[in-house]
Design a protein around this ligand. Structure first.
Ligand SMILES: Nc1nc2c(ncn2[C@@H]2O[C@H](COP(=O)(O)OP(=O)(O)O)[C@@H](O)[C@H]2O)c(=O)[nH]1
Ligand SMILES: [Mg+2]
Length: 283
């Protein structure tokens, strides 16, 4: 294992403890967690210590990027889930998706207002928090919800100082800032999956390693997608030949016809980042 691999595995942002503490504080205010997971890496983008963090708090698992993932694999993973879930393409999310989220939430939390009724209390709004790894779609989900629900409830002094809420339907309010958590990077594969789908800050990445991993994984799991995207011949696997071919077909040549590998790496990484390569799941 070279130093670059070690870098990814040892990546542990300093602010991680702080956000965990903040989430625990927010958890006391909320009734349900929307756990957001990138469908292209349902294992790698999962926050393993979330269970410990939220204990028996209710949750809905939200798989995002359905438009970009390998649907067969998504079916496989959602069938194994222990929690209620939704699968969303947030680029094209519609009112129906939001309605599903609302009705699932109402079902899971109905005890709260039934108990209040028994005590002669008026119903209250259910409170929800979005959590997940970087870049999985937390902000997009919150935006989708708030765009369709112009009613921003704003700061609610008394309940929470300095936090603002977004109204979801008539029964739910959502914290408008998500809880960001970081997956445990225990293997090189998890680190590189997170890197491939932009869940790790670019500054710390070794572009060459990430690009090599992407091509290797596409070659092994989705050869026809790889072939189609870069118009390459895939006879036998030779990473250097593949990079040369991609360089030529993407015009990544310097003056004098020298191959500009750095440019090739950037093209590959951006193709995943911007969803030009889709129908893929790396886990
Ligand atoms: N194609 C597609 N892109 C998505 C989806 N959800 C989020 N994105 C994109 O993924 C990137 C990260 O989303 P963002 O909401 O900022 O993630 P956050 O870091 O978890 O808040 C953005 O470029 C979004 O437009 C989705 O379901 N489909
Ligand atoms: Mg965000």
């Amino acid at each position: 294992m070279n130093n670059e691999n070690k870098n990814i595995i040892n990546w542990f942002p300093g602010h991680m403890m702080k956000t965990k503490r903040e989430i625990v504080e927010k958890l006391n205010l909320i009734d349900i967690v929307y756990e957001v997971i990138d469908a292209r890496m349902p294992i790698s983008s999962k926050i393993i210590d979330l269970d410990e963090l939220i204990k028996d708090k209710k949750r809905i698992v939200v798989f995002t990027k359905y438009d970009l993932c390998d649907k067969e694999k998504t079916n496989y993973y959602i069938n194994k889930l222990k929690y209620p879930y939704l699968v969303l393409d947030l680029k094209n999310a519609n009112n129906n998706d939001i309605k599903k989220l609302i009705s699932l939430t109402n079902d899971l939390l109905k005890d709260i207002n039934e108990d209040r009724k028994k005590k002669g209390l008026k119903p209250r709004l259910y409170r929800a928090l979005v959590v997940g790894a970087p870049n999985v779609g937390k902000s997009t989900l919150i935006n989708r919800i708030s765009k369709r629900n112009a009613l921003k409830t704003g700061n609610r002094a008394g309940i929470t100082k300095g936090l603002s809420w977004v109204r979801v339907g008539d029964t739910i309010e959502l914290l408008d800032t998500p809880g960001i958590l970081y997956p445990k990077i225990e293997t090189r594969e998890v680190g590189l999956n997170l890197a491939s789908f932009s869940s790790i800050n670019e500054d710390i990445l070794d572009k060459e390693e990430v690009a090599r991993y992407i091509i290797e994984t596409l070659y092994n799991k989705y050869p026809s997608i790889l072939k189609e995207r870069y118009k390459i011949n895939l006879k036998e696997f030779n990473l250097n030949d593949i990079f040369d071919e991609i360089a030529i077909n993407t015009n990544s040549l310097q003056k004098g016809g020298v191959i500009d590998l750095n440019r090739v790496y950037t093209i590959i990484i951006n193709d995943l980042k911007e969803g030009r390569i889709k129908n893929i799941t790396f886990d």
